[in-house]
Ligand binder design. Structure first.
Ligand code: HEM
Length: 270
């Protein structure tokens, strides 16, 4: 069996490592705008991030479906995988930090107004968690792939919505207003939900573990934000961003913003 040739049904050719993974296409996607040595690193890192964002979104959809199907152990397993990817995403910033401010300046102006602000997959990730913002969609051209994807995710229930509905099915008195909330609205802290979560933590080991995996995920995203702003500070100081924001000053306002505020609020009350 080992030497049996695999035929790719799409091309009717023998399947190889290169044809399966589309290596030729992949290696043709790095198109620097300068001849500066470090620009390739900058492009590769961003492309790798976008690929991991794609995988994280794929797993987030899975985690939501599993919760909707009351498969909480399998949902936890998926959340663990997402967290492991987030750790890699944070660690990757170390590589970019080997690029000095002067090395970055050799090609920064070639980036023009291109910026991480325009990463629709990062916004999709925020939306999938429950950090919704209709305003953020406005940056993406109408009719584009990015705009369609964000509009869909804005209206779709988030992981938090699926979690609340799961808790209701587990017998917790989640108020109807939360179960029927507008999925396009940002998740706000709620006293009633916090009371339920305190009960979960005190008497329900299965579901308190699930809560902990949700906190892991939230903390993982916050960790990325913190490391990104530190990297930005050490690379461009307090200069404005290519996307037009105040740069590190703006990014600092997003650090520590939780996706699941109730899961953080209850820590003090436990
Ligand atoms: C030298 C490296 C980098 C610098 C100097 C930098 C700088 C910045 C700045 C100044 C902003 C604020 C928006 C703006 O005005 O442009 C920003 C936002 C952003 N960057 Fe970076 N960045 C770097 C690398 C990365 C990498 C590797 C990623 C990975 C995908 C990334 C993803 C993002 C995202 C998603 C945002 C939007 C964050 C938000 O609005 O909460 N950046 N970046």
């Amino acid at each position: 069996m080992a030497d049996k040739q695999l035929i790719d049904p799409a091309t009717a050719e023998t399947l190889t490592y290169g044809s399966y993974l589309r290596i030729d296409d992949l290696l043709s996607l790095q198109r620097p705008r300068s001849t500066e040595h470090d620009e390739i690193l900058f492009i590769v890192i961003h492309q790798v991030y976008e690929l991991w964002f794609k995988e994280v979104l794929h797993e987030m959809d899975r985690a939501r479906q599993l919760l909707e199907g009351d498969e909480s152990y399998r949902a936890q397993h998926t959340l663990k995988r997402i967290l492991t990817i987030l750790k890699v995403l944070v660690a990757q910033l170390d590589i970019l930090e080997t690029m000095t401010p002067l090395e970055f300046l050799t090609f920064r102006e070639r980036l023009e107004a291109a910026s991480g602000f325009q990463s629709d997959q990062f916004r999709q990730l925020e939306f999938a968690l429950g950090l919704k913002s209709e305003h953020a969609i406005g940056r993406f051209p109408e009719g584009s792939r990015a705009r369609h994807a964000l509009e869909r995710r804005l209206r779709e229930p988030s992981l938090w919505d699926a979690f609340l509905r799961y808790l209701a099915r587990e017998g917790y008195p989640v108020p109807a207003a939360h179960l029927r909330r507008d999925p396009a609205a940002r998740v706000e802290a709620s006293q009633e939900i916090q009371e339920i979560l305190i009960k979960v933590y005190r008497g329900d080991p299965k579901n308190s573990e699930l809560c902990e995996r949700m906190v892991d995920l939230d903390e993982g995203v916050q960790e990325w934000r913190y490391r990104h702003v530190k990297m930005v500070e050490r690379t461009i100081g307090t200069k404005r961003g290519t996307g037009g924001s105040a740069g590190a000053e703006y990014l600092k306002t997003t650090v520590g913003r939780p996706a699941f505020p109730d899961l953080w609020e209850i820590r003090t009350k436990l």
